[in-house]
Design a protein around this ligand. Structure first.
Ligand code: ADP
Ligand code: LRH
Length: 496
């Protein structure tokens, strides 16, 4: 195709994809050229650590870039984003020391107390503005430094930075993702020395910070042979945290919007100019992650479609495999809000036994226990919609800004029932799409850095919006049943 071609590598917790974006004039076309599953692996022994299959993922990245190079001929640039918080440890030779550990692994159990003893939660929040998630990088580092391999550690690379290093031989730490380590001050957008010192973490183990739009090296010779006759292919730093790229890829017109990035997680919040570091915000577990162009992603993590993914995996394993579109069709016919669970409850974080954990949460709160996959699915989707609406309401209250439209992006866009329930629960219109917002946001930032697109985030979002079919959901009915359900969940929360 004519025009400048950009390849976005976007790795989510459940799948990876490579998307080719072509800019001709101010017009944008987008095409997925490769997709592969992301399946973590538990290694038995010594506690049974849950790892990412990082070499398998890198293989997928290489295959995807080859597909992109073959399709485009010349690639103007490549950008990489992945899930947050996790990292690889390099030795003095730059070799990877062991497989990166998955954020759902239990190694962080007990680390919260250790960190709190060194730095009270209130102070940690005042410095970093990060919500408490038990797997934040600081907790993982506290566990990692007890390991036998730690004395050989010379450098830490967050996952997108690790893949970028393998592709280019150059090392850096992209700042939007670094903000999820809980070691960055969102006011200075630099490492927080007080936090690092209090926790005894040497932040110089991370290579220097780089920013979305910065150059990040060139593909090493032999990486994507299809493009080599056109000269070197630059790699560009993007919002390397997938949620940062997804927020760029929200096709909002103007401001006054909230976003819900729904995939394995639901990340629900607003884009702000400055962080909110109040004690009220900390208690509401709102985070101030860094966004592209000096923005702050003020949001809360909601357990997301992980709840459903895990149920599906379980039904498959026990021989009652469900076909997702049919299951959602049956779930749509189950009466609304029969049972709801707290979709922010860390009890749902670990893999395995999800159907039972959902049933147990219903039982504990005196609600009917779902009797079949359709009822369980409906319970999950009602619970997610309810958690979405609570987070949208809290974001408005805590940031003192009004939301007029809710944008849903990510894989959940394909789930019409979830989109409609979210509109109903929020009492606001929902605009759904694109499902691949992270990859598209990744492409927009690369294209602007290369001079193929111009303007601020609002301008980039307009270009994207014009290239996409979007679907609008109007809120239906009255909100009283949702308010009643919220009271049931509040009574059941373990995270008060
Ligand atoms: P991640 O980036 O975290 O790996 P995605 O954004 O790809 O996740 O979203 C994956 C989720 O999207 C799936 O778990 C599933 O619930 C939902 N999804 C994807 N395709 C469909 C579909 N055709 N119908 C309904 N839901 C879908
Ligand atoms: C979504 C995501 C989210 C993080 C989690 C670890 O993929 O990056 O923003 O909290 O993974």
């Amino acid at each position: 195709p004519a025009g400048a071609a950009f390849a976005a590598v976007d790795l989510g917790a459940s799948s990876g994809r490579v998307v080719l974006g072509t800019v001709a004039g101010e017009g944008l076309t987008l095409e997925e050229v490769h997709r592969f599953p992301n399946r973590p692996v538990r290694i038995p022994g010594a506690g049974g650590t849950l790892h990412w299959d990082v070499l398998g993922l890198y293989r997928g990245v290489l295959d995807g870039l080859c597909a992109a190079g073959t399709r485009a001929g010349r690639l103007a640039s490549v950008g990489i984003d992945t899930w947050a918080v996790d990292f690889g440890v390099l030795d003095a030779d730059g070799a990877l020391l062991g497989n990166p550990v998955h954020y759902r692994d239990a190694r962080t159990d007990g680390m919260e107390a250790e960190v709190a003893a060194a730095l009270p939660a209130q102070e940690l929040y005042a410095h970093t503005g990060l919500q408490h998630l038990p797997f934040n990088t600081v907790y993982q580092l506290c566990a990692a430094r007890r390991s036998a391999q730690w004395p050989a550690a010379r450098q830490l690379l967050l996952i997108p930075d690790l893949l970028s290093y393998w592709l280019t031989g150059t090392r850096g730490t992209e700042v939007t993702n670094a903000s999820t380590t809980q070691l960055i001050d969102p006011r200075t957008r630099d490492w927080s020395r007080p936090v690092a010192d209090a926790l005894g973490i040497d932040v110089s183990l991370f290579p220097p910070l780089r920013h979305p739009g910065d150059p990040a090296g060139e593909l090493l010779p032999g990486t994507v042979s299809a493009t080599e006759r056109h000269g070197p292919v630059p790699v560009t730093a993007v919002g390397s945290h997938d949620t940062a790229s997804a927020v760029v890829g929200v096709p909002a017109a103007g401001d006054g919007f909230a976003y819900i990035a729904t995939g394995t997680w639901s990340l629900v919040g607003m884009e702000l100019d400055t962080p909110v570091l109040t004690e009220e915000s900390r208690r509401a577990n709102f985070t101030n992650e860094l966004g592209v162009d000096g923005t702050v992603r003020y949001l809360r993590n909601v357990m997301g479609l992980w709840l459903l993914q895990e149920c599906l995996r379980e039904w498959e394993a026990d021989g009652s495999r469900q076909h997702l579109p049919q299951l959602l069709g049956r779930a749509a016919k189950v009466p609304m809000l029969r049972s709801v669970v707290d979709a922010g409850d860390p009890r749902f974080l670990a893999p395995g036994g999800m159907v039972g954990r959902i049933a147990e949460a219903c039982r504990r709160t005196g609600q009917p226990v779902p009797r079949d996959p359709a009822e369980t699915t409906r319970c999950v989707l009602d619970s997610l919609a309810l958690a979405h609406s609570a987070a949208v309401a809290d974001a408005q209250r805590l940031s003192r800004r009004e939301v007029r439209t809710v944008h849903i992006v990510g894989g959940g866009v394909h789930n019409e029932l979830l989109c409609q329930l979210t509109a109903d629960a929020c009492g606001l219109p929902v605009v759904a799409g694109p499902a691949e917002a992270a990859a598209y946001g990744n492409i927009l930032v690369q294209a602007r850095a290369a001079g193929a697109l111009h303007g601020d985030l609002a301008t980039l979002r307009t270009v994207l919006g014009q290239a996409l079919p979007l679907r609008q959901y109007e809120p239906a009915g009255d909100q009283t049943p949702w308010e009643g359900a919220a009271a049931r969940v509040r009574g059941s929360s373990s995270t008060a």
